[in-house]
Design a binder for this molecule. Structure first.
Ligand SMILES: Cc1cc2nc3c(=O)[nH]c(=O)nc-3n(C[C@H](O)[C@H](O)[C@H](O)COP(=O)(O)O)c2cc1C
Length: 194
């Protein structure tokens, strides 16, 4: 593989998308779209979420100390794109409200049509130059019951999930075919150059 230097970039490194849900002071929900999201381990599985600049979502996460992360799948993409391009400080942003309910363990809005909702509590905030990273405890996840159906295999479930990925400022859906359980692909390694 011949390489070309591409600077300080995360292009061609697809990321999963989440809608972060928070409650405003008047108890109505706000949603924003985020992809700088990953996991941590501190005695148990946790989450880290990086939020740049000033945003309503950040203000509300700081104030409430809790929020939801709702996985974006193909049917949710139109709404997710809107929540990612419409500023929460614009008072008309939430004229478009998804069907939501309250989290099972935390007071956070969760989107009913998102197949995975993660209920998060902030336990630490790290200030960086231009952004802030919220280290969070996972209190609970709510998942589509079909994803727990033991008669379906993992490939069927991921195809049901229809996750959307993003890179290069573009959204992608994938075919989601099963390329092996962890530890299986390595069994195919042979002595030949790979
Ligand atoms: C595809 C996509 C991914 C985004 N990911 C992030 C992110 O990870 N961190 C961030 O600070 N902003 C991210 N944004 C920008 C926020 O979604 C945007 O600022 C939005 O207005 C936030 O909602 P709010 O203004 O209601 O807080 C992303 C936008 C898009 C379109």
């Amino acid at each position: 593989m011949k390489k070309i230097s591409n600077g300080k970039s995360n292009e061609f490194c697809p990321q999963t998308l989440f809608l972060y849900g928070t409650y405003k002071e008047d108890k109505t929900p706000n949603f924003g779209l985020f992809c700088w999201f990953s996991y941590t381990w501190h005695a148990e599985l946790g989450v880290m979420a990086c939020i740049g600049g000033d945003k309503l979502t950040k203000d509300l996460i700081r104030k409430n100390k809790v929020f939801s992360a709702n996985l974006v799948n193909k049917p949710l993409l139109k709404l997710a794109d809107y929540y990612g391009n419409k500023n929460g400080y614009d008072t008309d942003k939430m004229n478009l409200v998804p069907d939501y309910t309250n989290g099972d363990t935390l007071n956070v809005p969760i989107i009913k049509n998102s197949p995975v909702n993660i209920e998060l509590e902030v336990i630490q905030e790290v200030h960086l130059d231009g952004s802030d990273v919220f280290i969070c405890k996972i209190h609970n996840t709510m998942v589509d019951e079909n994803l727990m159906d033991e008669t379906l295999n993992i490939e069927d479930k991921i195809q049901l999930l229809q996750p959307v990925f993003t890179t290069c400022q573009t959204y992608f859906t994938q075919e989601c075919t099963n390329s092996g359980h962890w530890g299986e692909p390595m069994k195919e390694i042979t002595d030949e150059k790979i």
